[in-house]
Design a protein around this ligand. Structure first.
Ligand code: GLU
Length: 480
């Protein structure tokens, strides 16, 4: 048997971290077993589905390296298939037309509430006679199609993550709507549970690996498989991603879509690595940094945790920084250029390349996220400096102006400043002016960077010198 798994996002929003993590587990399972990973876009909700979300989902999966082997298929293009299945269920007597009006349903719910009962459909139209049906039709009522759910059934399956899961038919809310209302005996828009089952059967899906929020749909879907006369796939329900407070991660927690993480400067290798650890423990639990392919070698559903997975920003930041710190300068420069461009910094990506790589080499070891580079390198791109209070105070120290003046003079004989020359200048000024090296270095940092802390001073100076920004800053420093 070839394993066939799928990710089936609804394009009603950008690719969500929860969906992406489910995609990771499906991808890992497919690659571990030599199976196929299939993308299906569940766009039956016509009002909320948008093509830009479909694009965002595909771009996000590709960016994360979660390549799919088949698809995307679109549910909106397969409606006839679902309608045929609904017709089959009607023909078998396993589904029926229900004419209960919205007002009647409301009243039913109110009565149940008053009796402190769980809301459910009371199956009142399960056995209508042809005459009753005709009377409702004559009233102009448009029927939905309901699938019969036997209250006395017990539905059980062996979940690859959760072990045996059992539901009572009576907890499924009564006969389930599988297609919306339509006039003239037509079958209206087919609904989620029906469409998923028809697709999973048609696409020969062998393992349904999806978020725990779908666990209540599984017993209903199992009944549909049985009604359509098809063997069941395996099911695995993966833990939800939780916020610090232990609630499901939502928009209120800030970024939740993959494109937001990308914009913030997380790189796909780190994010996908982090997502793999969100709910899965590798056999060697001390190994935290790995590629998708490495994880695929060891992936199994029995090492997926049952409990919800808390989203840990510190861990994600740590992983991202590990990847950035190991990255080669040219590669990292390629990734930083778009952030510098978005920030509106003035540079030419081609002719300024060596200069940009020097900046990358300088700030790379301190980066946590790519976007951090914007602030960290601002002093190299923008002529005007904002001085921190401490820096202004440093520039007013006795001897500070003298030191800067002497540096400025020494610089005039160094059109192209190297690190060794820069070191040499500081030594020379210290000796000639009889000033402490510490005072010179602190004053130089204050004048060149406007701050008292930051990346390597000599390297920063060399970079600034290439745009002659050091000269103007030294002049400004003398005036302060
Ligand atoms: N379309 C569903 C969702 O986006 C997934 C359905 C499934 O995996 O069965 O949550």
């Amino acid at each position: 048997m070839t394993v066939r798994v799928r990710i089936a996002p609804s394009p009603t929003g950008n690719l969500h971290i929860g969906t992406a993590r489910t995609a990771v587990f499906n991808w890992l399972y497919a690659r571990n077993t030599g199976g196929k990973f299939i993308l299906r876009i569940e766009d039956t909700d016509l009002e909320r589905s948008r093509p830009e979300y479909t694009d965002n989902i595909q771009t996000g999966l590709t960016w994360l390296g979660l390549t799919w082997d088949e698809g995307p298929s679109f549910q909106s293009q397969r409606l006839d298939l679902y309608r045929q299945a609904v017709q089959t269920l009607l023909d078998k007597g396993l589904a029926y037309r229900c004419y209960t009006s919205a007002a009647e349903l409301d009243q039913m719910r109110e009565e149940q509430k008053a009796k402190k009962q769980a809301p459910r459909y009371d199956n009142r139209h399960r056995h209508l006679t042809p005459e009753q049906q005709a009377a409702f039709e004559a009233e102009g009522r448009q029927p939905v199609i309901r699938f019969i759910i036997d209250d006395d059934r017990t539905i059980s399956w062996h979940d690859m993550v959760r072990g045996t899961v059992t539901w009572k038919g009576s907890d499924l809310g009564g006969d389930m709507v599988i297609a919306r209302a339509s006039s003239g005996g037509d079958i209206g828009q087919p609904l989620y549970n029906l469409a998923v089952v028809v697709d999973d059967i048609d696409m020969n899906i062998t393992h349904v690996i999806r978020g725990e929020d779908h666990i209540g749909n599984t017993p209903k879907q199992i009944l549909l498989y049985e009604a359509l006369g098809t063997a069941l796939p395996e099911f695995a329900h993966t833990p939800l991603i939780l916020n610090k407070e232990g609630q499901k991660l939502s928009k209120r927690d800030g970024v939740t879509s993959i494109s937001d993480f990308k914009d913030m400067g997380y790189i796909p290798e780190a994010l996908v690595n982090y997502m793999t650890l969100l709910g899965w423990t590798p056999p060697d639990s001390t190994q935290e940094i790995f590629t998708l392919s490495e994880a695929a070698q060891h992936f199994s559903c029995d090492r997926v945790n049952k409990a919800g997975a808390k989203f840990d920003w510190d861990k994600l930041n740590w992983l991202n920084s590990q990847y950035l710190h190991k990255m080669a300068v040219p590669q990292l420069t390629n990734l930083l250029i778009p952030y510098w461009q978005i920030a509106g910094y003035d540079f030419d990506p081609v002719s300024d390349r060596p200069w940009l790589e020097q900046i990358t080499a300088l700030i790379g070891p301190s980066l946590v996220r790519l976007k951090d580079a914007v602030d960290m390198s601002k002093l190299f791109f923008t002529p005007t400096l904002e001085y921190e209070e401490e820096a202004t105070a440093q520039l007013q120290q006795p001897g500070a102006a003298d030191a800067l003046q002497a540096i400025l003079e020494a610089l005039s004989s160094c059109p192209q400043l190297t690190s060794a020359q820069a070191q040499e200048i500081t030594k020379k000024v210290s000796k000639e002016k009889n000033l402490k090296k510490g005072l010179i270095m602190r004053t130089l940092r204050a004048a060149l960077t406007g701050a008292m802390h930051g990346p390597d001073l000599i390297e920063s100076w060399v970079i600034l010198h290439q745009r002659e920004m050091d000269i103007t800053r030294l002049q400004e420093g003398i005036k302060s």
